[in-house]
Design a protein around this ligand. Structure first.
Ligand SMILES: Cc1ncc(COP(=O)(O)O)c(C=O)c1O
Length: 383
């Protein structure tokens, strides 16, 4: 039997060496590694501005914090996402207004956005769900027409492009995640990118207490001023050292993911009992293939956890993206009173899907094993 974890960080000797070098030196924060990581990220994405931050959540929060959102303001967010997308709005006191997704892809449905707009709407946050770029042309048109800030939650979309433009540069700004099961990792960490120079300059300050001069820029050591409010959302040198090495490997990681996704989705196409969520490459959209999510046909829905258990018995790890639409999470449900039958498309994905691994830790033989294990398990639960 094989053991196939859903996600596994691929940390090699290069990362180990780089982290050790940091630990052997005197600079743990405000050092050359974070600068290097930012430069490499700019080169990889063609972003004019890239700022290493403590997490994707921190990057998203900084964007809304910088806008000065206040209680009563509203931001459109997808119902089908990680709670972080909505939390980043909540932190400011503003209200996340949820919009359902396209049932085929899981991405926010742009046709449903206009009816969620009010005179208090200040922005839209899109998520490139499972690595497939959202419908940015339509969303940009809505944002421009209504003078809204368009933020991209790129937690799952490094390497994903629309018409050759990297996600994060399709709207006003984007934030990436380097949490361990993501496409690449810095343990915890994120990157904020934007094409707007002034926004980048402000975020640079606001991620570090709002100080006017960071260490290294100070004329007299220890002497600085604070000219705006800011958080402590920096990335440290250990994380950045990991990031530099991981980013160098990202082309290989992404190619492996693509090959694994394509192999698995074509092997599962014939099955009537499931529907593969359409998150692979399409038209002008290049996906980053975070995972492959299958929606179970109605007769199998009550057996979802039996199928998960059957796969686990065969050594195949799974997950669910995401376990509930965010407005169904207790915090949001209690605060805003969303009903259990709201956001039907997001609910179908949350309550009827299983996410299968396609990460670079897996070989083509592993993909063959996963599809055989799934077919065998479906047969077992149906008989
Ligand atoms: C869509 C999405 N946004 C944000 C996050 C949060 O990322 P981080 O842990 O880097 O803050 C996640 C984490 O899984 C995510 O999936």
């Amino acid at each position: 039997m094989r053991t196939i974890p859903f996600g596994k960080p691929l940390i090699g000797v290069e990362e180990q060496r780089a982290v050790l070098e940091v630990l052997q030196g005197p600079i743990l924060v405000h050092g050359p590694r974070a600068k290097q990581f930012e430069a490499d990220f700019r080169a990889f994405t063609s972003a004019p501005q890239a700022l290493a931050v403590a997490s994707c959540t921190a990057g998203l929060h900084l964007a809304w914090f910088d806008m000065g959102l206040v209680q009563g303001d509203e931001v459109i967010v997808p119902a089908q996402t990680h709670s972080a997308t909505a939390h980043a709005v909540e932190f400011t006191g503003a209200t996340p207004v949820f919009v359902d997704c396209d049932p085929r892809t899981g991405n926010i449905d742009p046709e449903a956005v206009p009816e969620a707009l009010t005179s208090r709407t200040r922005g839209i946050c899109v998520v490139h769900y499972l690595g497939l770029p959202a419908d940015m042309e339509k969303l940009n048109a809505i944002a421009e027409k209504n003078d809204l800030f368009l933020l991209e939650d790129c937690a799952l979309s490094i390497g994903a492009t629309y018409k050759g433009v990297h996600t994060g540069l399709l709207g006003d700004a984007g934030a990436f995640s380097f949490y361990p099961v993501k496409h690449m990792t810095t343990a915890e960490g994120g990157m904020f990118i934007t094409k707007h120079a002034e926004l980048g300059a402000r975020i640079d300050k606001k991620r570090a207490f709002g100080v006017d001069r960071v260490v290294g820029e100070r004329i007299v050591p220890g002497v600085y001023d604070v000219n705006m409010l800011g958080y402590n959302y920096r990335m440290n040198e250990i994380e950045a050292a990991l990031g530099v090495e991981q980013l160098a490997k990202i082309p290989f990681f992404l190619e492996r993911r693509r090959n694994n996704f394509v192999a698995l989705s074509s092997a599962l196409e014939e099955l009537e009992e499931i529907r593969v969520l359409e998150t692979g490459d399409q038209d002008n959209k290049k996906s980053s293939h975070y995972c492959l999510s299958v929606i179970l046909a109605p007769p199998l829905r009550d057996k979802r956890f039996d199928i998960v258990a059957g796969l686990k018995e065969k050594g195949v790890g799974t997950s669910v993206y995401y376990p509930r639409p965010v407005p169904h999470m207790t915090y949001y449900k209690e605060k805003y009173g969303h009903g259990s039958d709201s956001f039907a498309n997001a609910a179908q994905i949350s309550y009827c899907s299983i996410a299968l691994p396609v990460g670079p830790h897996l070989t083509s033989e592993d993909m063959e094993y996963i599809q055989q294990s799934l077919k065998q398990t479906l047969y077992e639960v149906m008989s």
